[in-house]
Ligand binder design. Structure first.
Ligand code: NAD
Length: 342
């Protein structure tokens, strides 16, 4: 199998993660040819790892050994780099969010069409094991029909880094994390969005959102809540899912959590009322032991191939991409609707 050479543009946090972790994990498919970063310190860091460096983006794009360009720069630069690289005959793996908005993506896709290059976006959280458990629960319905999914990521470190604070650079948590969480649910649910409501947070006083709550209701009736917070010293669970026969909670990326199913045992004893604060409640008391059962969360059914494996097969064999550009566009359009009023 012929290895494809990758030229990396942007060797910061994510560019170096691709080089150190993701590309080697793809086995023998790709080989890093070299790196270009506008920051000399990052070029030194690349050289210290034994990587070749290019003096300019043009030099990288002129290298015939570079078949694929990985774009891992801040969000406002993706479009121009992608267009230059495709025009130079390169296929592209572009970091998320693909661009600043849907109009920029449309420009990119026009060039991809004209140059007949592969353009794929690194919406990698479709491969997250916690998400794949939720996918399993949604599709196989061990908790009955799923009618509500809540997806949250909470941290307490504020907005990280430098450019993520700037609107002009494509900063803010909606573009940063929102793109992943919206993409997961839109990919999962085979239905259009029927209702969208949201509240962006500016509690830290930045010009971009430091978090948000988004309510997405799908045409098939599924209600979802997506929440990102950077001021949460106490985290809510990563996932909370309700079906007609039970409830699941995944606390964190380590897949800790629980799942409880109603037994449907109509002869089960009624719940025993409990003291609740200064009152008494039967409604909020736990169901009797016979009325519910604790079941293990399913093991995630991993996708058949990794994102890099899929990228290789798309480029070399014309295989169907897991991340289709039409899906990427639909996510960008949702984010456009939210950011239009900010
Ligand atoms: P970063 O600030 O750590 O790194 C960006 C690097 O790009 C810096 O070294 C900077 O000097 C360089 N750079 C800026 N403009 C450049 C240009 N025109 N040409 C060459 N180099 C340039 O940022 P990061 O966290 O690595 O984020 C980079 C991209 O990766 C962003 O789009 C971000 O959203 C994405 N990202 C994706 C994931 C994921 O899970 N898919 C995770 C983190 C970041």
């Amino acid at each position: 199998m012929k290895k494809l050479g990758i030229g990396v543009i942007g060797f910061g946090g994510m560019g170096s993660y691709h080089v150190k972790e993701l590309i080697p994990a793809s086995g023998e498919l790709f080989e890093v040819q070299g790196v270009f970063d506008i920051d000399p310190a990052r070029m030194e860091a690349a050289a210290a790892l034994g990587l070749s460096t290019y003096a300019s983006q043009e030099d990288l794009l002129a290298d015939p050994q570079v078949a694929v360009v990985l774009i891992a720069t801040p969000n406002d630069s993706h479009k121009e780099i992608a267009i230059a690289a495709m025009t130079a005959g390169k296929d592209i793996l572009c970091e998320k969010p693909v661009a600043m908005n849907a109009a920029e993506l449309a420009e990119i896709l026009r060039v991809a069409e004209a140059t007949q290059r592969t353009f794929m976006v690194h919406q990698n959280r479709r491969w997250d094991p916690d998400f794949l458990v939720i996918k399993d629960l949604y599709e196989k319905q061990p908790l009955g029909e799923v009618f509500q999914i809540e997806s949250r990521v909470h941290g307490a470190n504020g907005i990280p880094g430098d450019w993520r604070h700037e609107k002009a650079a494509g900063g803010g948590m909606l573009l940063d994390w929102g793109v992943h969480l919206i993409d997961q649910l839109m990919w999962l649910v085979p239905s259009s969005i029927n209702k969208l409501d949201y509240d962006l947070s500016y509690i830290l006083g930045n010009e971009v959102d430091d978090g948000f709550i988004l309510y997405l209701t799908f045409d098939n009736g599924l209600k979802t809540i997506i929440e990102v917070g950077t001021t949460n010293y106490v985290k809510l669970p990563r996932w909370y899912l309700k079906g007609t026969k039970g409830t699941a909670k995944i606390d964190d990326w380590d897949l800790s959590g629980e799942m409880i199913r109603g037994t449907g045992n109509t002869a089960a004893a009624a719940p025993t009322p409990i003291q609740a604060g200064v009152g008494l409640t039967k409604t909020m008391a736990p169901p009797s032991e016979e009325a519910m059962e604790k079941v293990a969360l399913p093991q995630p059914a991993m996708l058949p191939e990794s994102l890099y494996e899929n990228l290789y097969h798309v480029i070399v064999e014309g295989q169907e991409p897991v991340i289709k550009n039409g899906e990427v566009m639909a996510v960008m359009q949702v984010m456009d609707r939210i950011l239009a009023n900010q």
